[in-house]
Design a protein around this ligand. Structure first.
Ligand SMILES: C[S@@+](CC[C@H](N)C(=O)[O-])C[C@H]1O[C@@H](n2cnc3c(N)ncnc32)[C@H](O)[C@@H]1O
Length: 451
């Protein structure tokens, strides 16, 4: 057993040399290391992959490889139970799969729905819709501006009372007026697409630093005008989505995207052929903080429900842990994980008790997620998981990937393949994992099979 504080990241037996690739080989070498260091930006933002920034998003090369390696998936059922911004869903759709996406974040669900939109609108109809949305937003603007103007320091129009720290009255009014107009006028098929476009431009209409996962001010910033920025962005994105929709249709793809939790999958037993996913890291990326204002602007979460919503995530953020949660720490049924949790509890401070819960919550729910993945996979089904290799928690280097592999195996998922991805350029978006407090430099890619 690896003792706390002594774990190293060499225990997985990964070879030292790194192979640079632009696409992974269909059959990577077991225990090898690959890097996408020289990959061109245009290959990562193709289609609507670049519609919305998203922390720790896949570069499309990874799910594309996984679908080919575990497939072919044409006509098969593919699931990403942590679908985030929908990278797997685009690639599975292009490969002609019946594609399911699930995420606990309503922002992720909206972006994933947007990228899987199969629109029937022509460019001229969409353009007409945008000008109607613009007109209605302008009609409502004065009333919304007045309500924000008299509500500084208070919740208003679905925004948390801190809105005035990050948005000017004109900009937040324009964003909310646009949301209201979308909700009133957009056909159901295009609604998520328009909301995702609004979400995508909202930070550039604020004083929020767009390069930060945490909420930070950019003092030198000049916020953009919401209505014209939204209209311009949406029209351009629609042209790409319309072409993508045609490719989905000719590939024979179908989609469903749901909000839910990966440790309680809303799918029938043995109904999924292939899983391709990248679960959250432990104690590394605060998705709820990164998307806090997007959720409010889109009307997806009310400010008074925000704290409870934060507790729904696997890899709960430290700030959402309540004192009473520490009392609920039990066994994860994994000796190594339990060893770290006990050491943190033994250290006896409020901080280490909080972190013990973070570690416990992560591993116990990930174990349930593997059990659920086993249940929904058909016999012979395969699952590709991309996970962070290690996490440092209060000085303890936790061999996260090794623990997760163990858990997957004990839930009946056998390891077929394991290799490392060196995080040179995981994403063309600037919010990638290597820039987070989790200091994750390498991730492990596993292919499991269900016998
Ligand atoms: C690494 S990101 C996935 C990024 C995705 N592969 C992409 O390309 O955008 C992990 C995702 O897990 C989601 N998540 C966290 N807890 C969850 C849960 N209990 N059930 C489902 N999704 C969850 C987060 O909202 C986040 O979108």
């Amino acid at each position: 057993m690896i003792s706390p504080k002594e774990a190293t990241n060499t225990c997985l037996g990964i070879n030292d040399s790194v192979t640079n690739v632009s696409e992974l080989p269909l059959n990577p070498v077991h225990n090898a290391q690959y890097s996408f260091q020289n990959v061109r930006r245009s290959t990562v933002t193709k289609w609507t992959h670049g519609l919305h920034k998203y922390p720790a998003k896949f570069i499309p090369q990874i799910p594309r490889w996984a679908l080919a390696h575990c497939g072919p998936v044409h006509g098969k059922t593919v699931l990403d139970p942590f679908c985030g911004s929908g990278t797997t869903l685009i690639e599975a759709g292009l490969a002609g799969a019946d594609t399911r996406g699930l995420d606990v974040s309503p922002v992720a669900v909206t972006i994933s729905e947007a990228k899987t939109t199969i629109t029937n609108l022509s460019a001229s109809h969409f353009s007409k819709l945008l000008s109607e949305i613009n007109d209605l937003a302008l009609d409502q603007l004065d009333a919304i501006r007045n309500s924000f103007g008299s509500s500084v320091g208070q919740n208003c129009n679905g925004l948390h009372f801190t809105w005035s720290n990050w948005f000017g009255v004109d900009e937040i009014s324009g964003l909310v007026a646009t949301r209201e107009a979308i909700m009133a006028l957009a056909p159901k098929t295009e609604r998520s697409f328009l909301l995702a476009c609004l979400s995508s431009v909202s930070k550039s209409c604020s004083y929020l630093d767009e390069d930060q996962i945490k909420v930070r001010l950019d003092k030198n910033k000049k916020p953009l005008a919401p209505l014209s920025t939204f209209t311009r962005f949406s029209l351009e994105a629609f042209m790409t989505q319309a072409t993508l929709a045609k490719a989905y249709t000719s590939a024979g793809a179908s989609f469903s995207v749901d909000r839910g939790s990966a440790d309680a999958l809303p799918y029938n037993s043995q109904s999924i052929d292939v899983i391709v996913t990248s679960p959250p890291y432990m104690n590394a990326i605060d998705y709820t903080m990164n998307h806090k204002y997007n959720m409010f602007i889109l009307g997806l979460i009310q400010p008074e429900n925000f704290k409870d919503h934060c507790r729904e995530y696997i890899g709960i953020t430290e700030r959402a842990v309540r004192t009473k949660d520490a009392l609920q720490v039990g066994s994860t049924n994994n000796q190594v994980a339990d060893g770290f949790i006990e050491s943190l509890i033994d250290e006896g401070s409020a901080l280490t008790a909080n972190r013990a819960y973070v570690v416990y919550q992560y591993f116990s729910r990930m174990k349930m997620m593997f059990a659920e993945s086993f249940r929904v996979l058909r016999p012979g089904g395969r699952a590709a998981f991309v996970v962070g290799e290690t996490n440092r928690v209060c000085g303890h280097l936790i061999p996260t990937a090794e623990i997760l592999e163990d858990m997957a195996n004990s839930e009946g998922l056998a390891t077929d393949l394991r290799f490392a991805h060196v995080m040179a350029n995981r994403s063309s978006m600037r919010l990638n994992r290597s820039q987070t407090g989790g200091q994750i430099n390498r991730e492990m890619i596993y292919v499991f099979s269900r016998h």
